[in-house]
Design a protein around this ligand. Structure first.
Ligand SMILES: Nc1ncnc2c1ncn2[C@@H]1O[C@H](COP(=O)(O)OP(=O)(O)OP(=O)(O)O)[C@@H](O)[C@H]1O
Ligand SMILES: [Mg+2]
Length: 371
């Protein structure tokens, strides 16, 4: 019958199959062509690059078949494998070398910095006013907690907010916002983000099964981060918050290379080891000319039933870091069971008064700093 009908089946199926070479879905990577339905046969061509191994292609075909059947298609499936049509055909629409007023990224302007040899230049995300990274040097200090609570607070204040989970190996956003399930591409072949509490969210957790370990090399992580920036239908946003994984690795570097980050919020706990790592985080952003908007000291103290405060992680690390770099200490967030419960239940603490107010204050400060 028609190509249209074939696309309606293939698009949801292929959007959920990852191309190991680019880290994109095989749909967005432009690997599917010549889709047709004739009687009870769905036929299409899978466009492969020379670097695709036969194992890769077998896995892609298998996953496609499974997803096609999951759409309810009961007919035959005829998949031919052919070489990609022309170089570049596999990476549609997003040529990073033509960003507005694109300038090479500082420290990365040498020849050969990009896979195809040119300097790395940044692209703008159309409609996105600001990008704010939430980062830390050390893991488990509460970045994701701070990022989700900030996101819902900013959304409540009237801003249009996106939350991008750049933590590919340990995504938290699906749990912390209680959103799940796959994502689909719209007519422009952009991934449609999920929405919760007025926040548009994107996470690798929407694409990969919870129990499936993600064992990817750096280039794939970088591919996904780029895809989340460039291939998601973020729409008009006052701010896109990015929950970064801990440390100074591939995801951070890709973020900094791919887009202009308006500012970074550094999360730390009060103890010295965390502070040392936070310092590294601040230094990284400084070196790359990203303004540090301030420090959030998380798990600053615990309030006992009699009102006294104990300091399980020590005292003052956030303030010391803020003073050392002459940046604001945006907040000291107490260690409070309600904050953890809010995260686990997918209902961020910032939505309820009392313990959540501290996040609303941080949101106000950030908004003021960015307006
Ligand atoms: N102020 C707080 N009070 C109580 N629990 C908290 C607080 N902040 C974070 N937590 C809890 O601590 C755990 C780790 O927090 P979170 O996942 O936000 O850290 P992270 O820095 O994003 O970790 P990772 O480095 O693994 O991405 C979570 O279970 C979270 O609910
Ligand atoms: Mg996290």
């Amino acid at each position: 019958m028609s190509a249209h009908e074939a696309e309606a089946i293939l698009e949801p199926a292929a959007t959920r199959v990852r191309d190991p070479l680019t880290g994109r879905s095989v749909w967005l990577a432009g690997m599917i062509s010549d889709a047709r339905v004739d009687d009870d046969v769905l036929s299409f061509t899978l466009r492969a690059q020379p670097a695709h191994g036969t194992d890769d292609l077998a896995r892609i075909q298998e996953a496609l078949l499974r997803n096609i059947q999951a759409t309810g298609w009961a007919g035959r499936v005829d998949c031919k494998v052919r070489p990609a049509m022309a170089p570049g055909r596999s990476a549609p629409a997003h040529d990073h070398s033509h960003g507005h007023g694109a300038a090479p990224v500082r420290g990365m302007e040498g020849g050969g910095m990009q896979p195809h040899g040119g300097p790395i230049v940044k692209a703008r995300i159309p409609g996105v006013q600001r990008i704010v990274a939430v980062a830390s040097g050390k893991g488990g200090v509460g970045k994701s907690t701070v990022a989700t609570n900030l996101a819902v607070s900013l959304a409540r204040s009237g801003w249009k907010v996106g939350l991008m989970d750049a933590d590919i190996y340990g995504p938290s956003v699906p749990t912390m916002l209680a959103v799940n399930g796959g994502v689909y591409a719209n007519a422009d072949k952009k991934i449609v983000p999920h929405e919760a509490y007025g926040v548009r969210a994107m996470s690798i957790g929407f694409l990969v099964d919870d129990s499936e370990p993600i064992i990817w090399r750096g280039p794939m992580v970088m591919g996904v981060v780029r895809q989340f920036l460039q291939d998601v239908a973020w729409g008009e946003l006052d701010v896109l918050l990015v929950d970064l994984p801990p440390g100074t690795g591939d995801a951070q570097l890709t973020m900094i290379q791919a887009v202009d980050i308006t500012g970074a919020v550094i999360v730390t706990t009060p103890q010295d080891v965390a502070v040392l790592d936070a310092v590294r985080g601040v230094e990284m952003f400084r070196k790359l000319d990203v303004p540090v908007l301030g420090i959030v000291e998380n798990m600053a103290w615990m309030e006992m039933p009699d009102g006294t405060r104990i300091h399980p992680f020590g005292e003052g690390g956030g303030r010391r870091t803020a003073e050392r770099y002459d940046v604001p200490l945006l907040a000291q967030v107490p260690l409070d069971g309600r904050i953890r419960e809010g995260g686990d239940a997918g209902r961020p603490a910032a939505l309820s008064g009392d313990v959540g107010k501290v996040f609303v204050d941080v949101a106000d400060k950030i908004k003021a700093a960015l307006s």
